[in-house]
Design a protein. Structure first.
Lengths: 109, 442
């Protein structure tokens, strides 16, 4: 059992790790809508229940975006686990999103 | 969408030239990944640190305006009257139905236009409306203060068109954090009128039901399951059929089907150069127009009322529709059509082989079966047509039956005195039809 656990951790993110993300969007603007849909598809497929996602609408809460150092939207920030990472755009490139989230690209089916 | 509902962003018209806008973006955005996404057209908004707001890119703004247009069109397509108020009670948006109401009843029933204040309209309401208007203003204040439950009340207004009652519902919404109220108005006068109309239709249906069920109902209808009968009721119309009335002529389209209650209708075959001859008799046991169910819309015979009384009728199209969907009605019609065919074939043979006296006795018995009384009005000429003989023949036959004290015949009124004796006097056809008919089958 202990060996197996070591293998799993060696292979990349542990299945029990919860990925915490924050997605900054601009209301229902086209790229923002796409980003939400793309991210939800990726999470549903690769993270199952192992993630927490907060969506921040910069039109409603611009101060929050500025405080977090976000200048352009849509923009995805990985908060946990460390290291922090960021992806800009409508998240249509699944590889770069998985890389930013710390998931190995080899998992892409 | 009105400015009050737009997200707090600077419009792209403020940043006139495209190049100037790009320069502005490059002054703010420095990171390679962000610039790359901007170049790829994957960016919707850029934060302006100076104003601390989000600046929508022209493309994103155009797309949002398109979706706002869609939302407005959707709102306009709603049949109910809708208006949206901002936190101060100013009307910022109305739909087409609301505007139409305001146009027809200006200044009445809180009919406010865009750009005016709803609280002011409540305050300035006419004296008869004031009590309601004050309640509405209080409800609106509560909703705008963040009340979770929608406010709902009835509002009565008096206009040139008369007294009108409607239900006002006020619900709070908070797009982009700013509280707004959505007011919907539903005219309940119209709803009440519709309910009253339904009520009168129901009353008519129960009247028909009373006609059909009371006294001497049509047996075919009465034999239907209650549920199927109830479904037929709205299409049934009570009528009075009078002696001598022709319901169908041969070759004529049958506009109605008739369910006799206490009248008798003869089916006559018209042969060129001869008098019409009766081939069938229909009373409360059946229906006139059953041929429709067999796919024919024109009558093959003349249908002549020979005993005044009541009936209910139904339009042919409706009857066909009901016939297709009701298996019970189909069974009843097939059974009746079978019995009618038996009666017609037996009558054809009877007319050829039997004596007038025996035929008259049979005919009187058949009529008696279909009428509530043993006394009925018939002229000798009419009887001659029924039996296909000369008038003199009818006189002789009627006199013979009268002498045997089976009937009394006086001034066109026939009274059956001895039913059993008449059955003996009748030809075998009467018993044959009774034996082979639906009762025997049952």
């Amino acid at each position: 059992m202990a060996r197996k656990r070591t293998k799993a951790s060696a292979a990349g993110a542990s299945v029990t790790t919860v990925v915490v993300m924050r997605l900054y969007i601009a209301g229902t603007a086209p790229n923002s809508v796409k980003a939400v849909a793309n991210l939800q598809a990726i999470c549903g497929r690769y993270l199952k229940d192992g993630y927490k996602l907060e969506i921040v609408d910069v039109c409603e809460d611009p101060r929050r975006a500025l405080a977090d150092g976000v200048l352009v939207t849509p923009s995805l920030a990985k908060v946990a686990p460390k290291p922090a990472a960021k992806v800009i755009g409508n998240l249509s490139d699944t590889r770069s999103v998985l890389a930013a989230l710390g998931l190995p690209a080899g998992q892409i089916e | 969408m009105s400015p009050g509902l737009l997200p707090p962003v600077r419009s792209s018209s403020e940043l006139t030239a495209e190049a100037a806008f790009k320069d502005w973006v490059h002054r703010i955005v420095k990171e390679a990944a962000e610039l790359q996404a901007f170049a790829a057209g994957q960016i919707d908004a850029v934060m302006d640190p100076a104003t601390r707001t989000a600046i929508l890119l022209p493309e994103a703004q155009a797309a949002l305006q398109d979706s706002s247009g869609l939302a407005l069109s959707a709102l306009d397509s709603l049949p109910g009257e809708v208006c949206v108020l901002d936190a101060a009670g100013m009307v910022v948006m109305t739909n087409r139905a609301w505007r139409a109401f305001v146009d027809t009843r200006a200044g009445v029933g809180l009919g406010v236009r865009e750009g005016t204040n709803f609280f002011a309209a409540c305050r300035d309401a006419a004296a008869p409306e004031r009590v309601h208007a004050e309640a509405v203003a209080a409800g609106l204040r509560e909703v705008l203060a963040g009340g979770r439950k929608p406010f709902r009340c009835n509002y009565v207004c008096h206009s040139a068109g008369g007294r009108c009652t409607f239900t006002l519902t006020i619900a709070g919404i908070a797009p982009d954090g700013a509280v707004h109220a959505v007011v919907t108005r539903e005219n309940i006068c119209e709803r009440r009128r519709a309910r009253a109309a339904r009520g009168s239709r129901r009353a008519q249906a129960s009247r028909i039901a009373a006609v059909a069920r009371a006294g001497t109902p049509n047996r075919l209808l009465a034999a239907l399951p209650a549920k199927e009968y109830q479904r037929l009721l709205p299409g049934l119309e009570p009528v009075k059929l009078t002696y001598g009335e022709v319901l169908y002529e041969p070759g004529e389209q049958m506009r109605y089907v008739y369910f006799p209650s206490d009248c008798v209708v003869s089916l006559l075959t018209v042969v060129e150069g001869h008098r019409a001859l009766e081939v069938g008799l229909i009373g409360r046991e059946g229906v006139l127009g059953a041929r429709l169910a067999l796919g024919n819309t024109a009558s093959s015979v003349r249908a002549l009322v020979q005993g005044t009384g009541r009936a209910v009728r139904m339009k042919s199209a409706r009857f066909l529709q009901e016939f297709r969907r009701s298996p019970a009605l189909q069974r009843a019609l097939f059974r009746f059509t079978d019995a009618l065919m038996l009666q017609i074939t037996q009558t054809a043979a009877c007319n050829r082989f039997h004596m007038v006296e025996a035929r008259l006795a049979r005919w009187l018995l058949m009529t008696r079966e279909r009428l509530p009384s043993s006394e009925f009005y018939l002229t000798q000429e009419f009887l001659a047509d029924m039996l296909g003989v000369r008038r003199a023949g009818v006189t002789a036959a009627a006199s013979a039956l009268q002498r045997r004290k089976l009937i009394r015949y006086r001034r066109g009124t026939i009274t059956i005195l001895n039913q059993q004796g008449l059955e003996f006097a009748a030809c075998s056809c009467y018993r044959h039809v009774q034996l082979m008919g639906p009762k025997a089958a049952a």
